[in-house]
Design a protein around this ligand. Structure first.
Ligand SMILES: [Zn+2]
Length: 405
């Protein structure tokens, strides 16, 4: 096994699921288990100003580098709470023959359902045993950054920019940079290493809003309800019926956005409906919000006596416009990945990353691949070769920055 895979597997075995129901920071104490390992490793490697905050953000600086822009590298230590994350037992599938991989519990990884898996035919695929997720999202990113730090320390003569690193908690519950200290980090530009297949460098994410509905009806005994009951459950049903099914996630892909009814809870007196809105463009998002308001007005008219509350909140924004202002961040990433032999394209993440918010906090941030796929599930996989390509790509990117500064 190569060094990057060994390092990845070591981190994957540490349980770090975040917890959407907790309001503490980090949302789960177990994230400190990996953060403390990384803290010790960074100090041992010889990084400077290693600092682990009480809220679970780990910062460090690589000594040396030429004056000019400081480049930051970021990965998150938590894994998705959507799939079991306790007791990850990584499996190596060597000489993979290109056929579906079957794990425990009939968990089946089919290359036909993956964007870029057959690239690794004949190589080694790493999966969980089928009972948990693997956690390549984002332990692969953590491992790639740690190996890069080791390479930088071992090769002090390489001409390269000043480099800082940070490991964040709670990315999977949307709170990765809630307590992020941009000044302490000290980067002018950054890369999150939190992407999927090696063929994509992401310079865009969705614009994201939540639309939370609170529908108040009128409870009356059903036997004597005629003419007086207002049923919030029925209004909630009507609300979803008024949303456009062609705009829902199951019917959208590529650069489409979506309106997604996430959950419905309630009874006659009170129903709550959670909806999320996603769009790559600002105009598209304005239109989606306008549609929610139109539905509210329509429901108010259809159900006199009800109260239809709609609260919309911004969750994160597409940093695409910010990244266009200085193309070096993305262009050097594309060049660096191409140097490692990959036909890489600039892409858009159908989601968000810590980088979407960091870009608006003053650190323009693009996203680099890790090589993994099928994240947040027990089918998640990554390959030894993919990890190596992503690592070589990142090293090339830093060398290009050094040449261009
Ligand atoms: Zn991630």
């Amino acid at each position: 096994m190569n060094a990057i895979s060994e390092r990845f597997i070591k981190y994957a075995k540490v349980s770090t699921a975040s917890d959407p129901d907790s309001s503490s920071s980090p949302s789960s104490k177990r994230q400190f288990d990996l953060l403390r390992i990384l803290e010790t490793e960074l100090i041992t490697l010889g990084l400077e100003d290693v600092f682990l905050s009480g809220t679970g953000v780990l910062y460090a600086k690589v000594p040396g580098g030429i004056p000019g822009d400081v480049i930051g590298l970021i990965a998150h230590v938590d894994t998705s709470p959507d799939s079991p994350g306790e007791g990850v037992n990584p499996q190596l599938h060597t000489n993979w023959d290109g056929q579906p991989i079957i794990l425990k519990n009939e968990v089946r990884i089919d290359p036909a359902e993956c964007a870029d898996m057959l690239r690794y035919k004949g190589g080694t695929i790493i999966t969980s045993d089928g009972t948990t997720l693997l956690g390549a999202d984002d332990k692969a990113g953590v491992a790639i950054i740690m190996e890069t730090c080791k390479w930088l320390i071992d090769n002090p003569s390489i001409r390269r920019p000043r480099i800082v690193v940070a490991f964040t908690p709670d990315e999977e519950v949307g709170r990765g940079v809630d307590n992020f200290d941009v000044d302490r980090f000290g980067a002018d530009f950054a890369y999150t290493v939190d992407g999927g297949e090696v063929t994509e460098v992401s310079s865009e994410t969705f614009n994201a809003w939540s639309a939370n509905w609170k529908i108040t009806g009128r409870e009356v005994h059903p036997g004597s309800a005629s003419g007086s009951m207002i049923n919030a459950v029925r209004i909630a049903g009507e609300l979803i019926a008024l949303m456009r099914s062609e705009e829902m996630p199951e019917n959208s892909s590529g650069r489409d956005g979506y309106d997604y009814p996430l959950s419905v809870n309630g009874n006659t007196g009170l129903a709550e409906v959670k909806v999320i809105l996603r769009d790559f463009t600002t105009e598209g998002m304005v239109e989606r919000r306008r549609r929610m308001e139109a539905i509210r007005d329509c429901l108010s008219a259809l159900f006199p006596g009800s109260q239809i509350g709609l609260t919309m909140k911004e969750q994160y924004s597409n940093p695409g416009e910010i990244l266009k202002k200085d193309r070096r961040l993305v262009d050097f990433a594309l060049r660096g990945m191409r140097l490692s032999g990959i036909d890489v394209q600039e892409g858009s993440i159908r989601g968000g990353t810590d980088g979407s918010r960091l870009s608006f906090m003053g650190v323009p941030t693009a996203n680099l691949p890790t090589g993994g796929e099928l994240f947040h599930s027990r089918r998640e996989w990554i390959s030894e070769e993919g990890l190596s390509i992503a690592l070589e790509g990142l090293k090339n990117i830093l060398i290009i920055w050094g040449e261009e500064l």
